[in-house]
Design a protein around this ligand. Structure first.
Ligand code: 3PG
Length: 215
């Protein structure tokens, strides 16, 4: 059985400001750095062999901290990036016009072809996240990878493993530096392949940030 751990990066400046990031970037806040150290301390107990991160700055910084705790190197994979939010990237979520908010809502309300102009659809996001996950199956026997990615990206990955369509209404909250685990397994009482063992655990954090996904 292959266990794969999933971590959303630490709180960033734009998370705290409720500014849409997508594939744009902002640095971790002091809180975000603290969260990364705390999830790193927990990861140290999990036997992690590989740390693989989205190539954006916030995920690479989080991965560096986790990898240092686990004694691993960091590998980057751009397929783990956050959903491309197109023309709304960098915008404060409260600054959107009614039409712009309607575009954003299509990403969370179950609209199959939903997307922000110049951005990605949830189906396109799902396809690249599953490709990045499938690459873990080619790691040497006994590997235990930890992937560092983003809120929408990881939420879409976990929800689709549970059998929901990529564009399903979003009902899984993955806070900054939350830890999830998915297993590739053949158990008699579970579907073969990927299953969700744990999702969104923040018990290792002393004071979880009120990141922008839950306000
Ligand atoms: O702002 C965004 O793009 C999302 O709401 C969250 O993205 P993040 O998980 O990369 O902060």
């Amino acid at each position: 059985m292959l266990q794969v751990y999933l971590v959303r990066h630490g709180e960033t400046q734009w998370n705290a400001e409720r500014r849409i990031q997508g594939q744009s970037d902002s640095p971790l806040t002091a809180k975000g750095e603290q969260q990364a150290w705390q999830v790193g301390e927990r990861a140290k107990t999990l036997g992690i062999t590989h740390v693989i991160a989205s190539d954006l700055g916030r995920t690479r910084r989080t991965a560096e901290i986790i990898a240092q705790a686990c004694g691993c190197d960091v590998t980057v994979d751009a397929r783990l990036r956050e959903l491309d939010m197109g023309v709304l990237e960098k915008r404060h979520i409260d600054s959107l016009t009614e039409a712009e908010e309607a575009w954003r809502q299509t990403l969370v309300n179950g609209t199959e072809e939903g997307r922000i102009p110049d951005g990605e659809s949830m189906l396109e996001l799902s396809e690249r996240m599953h490709a990045a996950l499938a690459a873990c199956l080619a790691l040497p026997q006994g590997s235990r990878p930890l992937l560092v990615s983003h809120g929408m990206a990881l939420g879409c990955l976990v929800s689709t493993i549970l059998g929901l369509p990529a564009w399903a209404e979003r009902r899984l909250r993955l806070r900054n530096c939350s830890l999830s685990r998915i297993d590739y397994q053949q158990s008699p009482w579970l579907a073969s392949g990927w299953i969700v063992e744990m999702a969104g655990d923040i018990s290792h954090l002393d004071a979880p940030a009120l990141d922008e996904l839950q306000r």
